[in-house]
Ligand binder design. Structure first.
Ligand SMILES: [Zn+2]
Length: 303
């Protein structure tokens, strides 16, 4: 079942042929069609198929609501807009500049993904400025027959926003409420360069203040136990940050430390889930990167 509420559903993009790694939410009604986080270009065919199964077409999409511009969430945006130039793209103002000119975004991603860039993400095309609507938080958006509240929710990324639909009680929170695959462990994704624990904590409080009935996570899908879930993401963020801080005081290169951290996390999670689920977590948030983002956070703090 992939229906959240009347006119609200989601599609499993089957990223890298794995289930439950990336989800796109579909908002359909009132003569408009919105997608929250269309995912990377490498999943476009799956996205189209998923829409077709609901009797919809990619060409019917009127709005792309980006929670943030990381390529697993927003990589296909420019390609979709080139095919369908009527599409409006909603994104935080700090992300809008990089959607219009993705050179810096691509350079930053290439530092993390190296020669895997094409295989993982495929094309990342620029979005013409006239298609972009820059958000700051505090707006209300009419899409798919609903009115969404927008909140600025940095911490995972400095340009992250979340969207709340009071009518259904669903909050679309991108990566701010972490990754939770098949109701398992709530993993906060902490890739470089923007991780900020104080901002992230405030963003979680901002989401909780909406009193959502359900959180919708890009990785992966609806999380109905809102309060325990939000507590878990902050608790686990604090725990992982503590591990990294302790490791920073020990000898070893960044590479050695990040590999050691990833191994520790894999051991820890292996006891709690199947191998397939573990792979989906690692795909949604490569474990070595989690160390890098938190190490950068601590170094910035002590500088
Ligand atoms: Zn992200």
């Amino acid at each position: 079942m992939t229906v959240l509420s009347r006119g609200l559903s989601w599609i499993d993009l089957k990223f890298r042929d794995r289930p439950h790694a990336i989800a796109t939410a579909v908002i359909d009604g009132g003569g408009t069609l919105g997608l929250v986080d269309p995912g990377p270009s490498t999943c476009l065919e799956t996205l189209e198929l998923g829409l077709q199964q609901q009797g919809l077409r990619l060409g019917d999409v009127t709005h792309l609501l980006l929670t943030h511009i990381h390529l697993d969430h927003a990589g296909a945006t420019g390609t979709i807009v080139r095919r369908y130039p009527h599409v409006t793209v909603l994104v935080h103002e700090r992300g809008a500049v990089h959607m219009a000119d993705p050179a810096k975004l691509l350079a930053s991603a290439a530092r993390l993904y190296g020669d895997q860039m094409d295989i993982l993400w495929g094309e990342v095309a620029a979005v013409p400025p006239q298609n972009l609507v820059a958000l700051r938080g505090g707006e209300q958006l009419d899409v798919g027959g609903r009115t969404f509240d927008v909140a600025y929710t940095p911490g995972h990324a400095s340009h992250h926003v979340s969207y709340f639909d009071p009518a259904s009680g669903v909050a679309f929170v991108g990566d701010t409420a972490g990754i939770c695959i098949d109701s398992g462990y709530v993993l906060p994704p902490t890739p470089p360069p923007d991780i900020d624990i104080e901002l992230w904590t405030a963003s979680v409080a901002r989401i909780e203040a909406w009193s959502p009935r359900t959180l919708f996570l890009t990785h992966f899908g609806p999380a109905p136990s809102v309060r325990p879930h939000l507590q878990a993401v902050l608790h686990n963020l604090e725990t992982l940050a503590g591990f990294v801080r302790a490791l920073l005081g020990q000898p070893g290169s960044d590479h050695e430390q990040s590999v050691g951290f990833a191994e520790m996390l894999r051991r820890e999670l292996r006891g709690q889930m199947t191998g397939t689920q573990l792979d989906s977590y690692d795909l949604a948030a490569p474990f070595e990167q989690l160390w890098l983002g938190l190490a950068r956070y601590w170094r910035k703090r002590s500088a």
